[in-house]
Design a protein around this ligand. Sequence first.
Ligand SMILES: Nc1ncnc2c1ncn2[C@@H]1O[C@H](COP(=O)(O)OP(=O)(O)OP(=O)(O)O)[C@@H](O)[C@H]1O
Length: 296
Amino acid sequence: MSKNTEIVIRHLDKYYGKKQALTDVNLTIHKGMFGLLGRNGAGKTTLMKVLATLHEKQGGEVSICGIPVEHASAIRKITGYLPQDFSMYPNMSVYEAMDYLGVLSGLTKEERRKRIPGLLRQVNLQDNYRTKVKALSGGMKRRLGIAQAILHNPRVLIVDEPTAGLDPEERVRFRNLLCEIAQERIVILSTHIVGDIEATCENIAVLDDGRILFQGTVEELLHMVESKVYKAEISKKELPELKQKYIVTSMLALGNNVMVRFIAEKQPFAGASLCEAGVEDAYMYLMQGRGEGTCS
Ligand SMILES: Nc1ncnc2c1ncn2[C@@H]1O[C@H](COP(=O)(O)OP(=O)(O)OP(=O)(O)O)[C@@H](O)[C@H]1O
């Protein structure tokens, strides 16, 4: 595949003072949805900020569609970024905010007039032109954030933890929007919510303590726990021992008993039945020995 349609990261190192936040990160990211998964503090935001040219790296090479990240203004022309703590112009209306950002992006009046209505329709805010930004719900603000991030029609969209705090319906709607956008772009989605990745991304990377623990397809991740995920109904008294021996990925209380889902290398005891592995199981397995994974 041509380097002009990829993000290529080689031996990337990033420090904050003496603290090393990224260590020898190597990734190649193609068109479509790419999921970056990791617990809080793993380095996801740092990696995204390096790609968005908001942080400088200390070592390695990074290029986006063939352009080295050192060429910040050229990178910003082809990259859209939605930060974790996105907020903008609370007293402007939705349309005014978009129009203003369009001016800042260098779009002509004609280009703005043509592009903004289509984008607001795409993010389902077509009925909110006059709504003040401060009056939007969390999900609507996030969707407006996406519209502003793709206002200049970038080839790459970088979205940092976009679904945190959204209700389930908004989360699904937001994920679908990103998938739609990813049909013609590279979209990088960072999250610590395993469900977001499972539903949307074919290719993923798991970051932990600044290092890549895994990269590949969701299928390859699932393969790691194939024939290793069991469920069993046990008494509450037996639970502590089971938790000591195995990685428990979910529990459901049933009176004095508990239905547990856990990972074991082979049939652990009679009465435990094999089940289909999920991404959350695989993630917990991968995180084994690294403290508890913070998946929700
Ligand atoms: N400005 C900074 N100065 C010093 N250390 C920092 C700074 N920003 C981040 N770090 C540290 O770098 C590491 C990676 O942080 P980063 O924010 O990239 O993680 P993250 O995976 O995005 O986590 P979260 O989901 O909590 O945002 C953490 O140990 C964090 O404490």
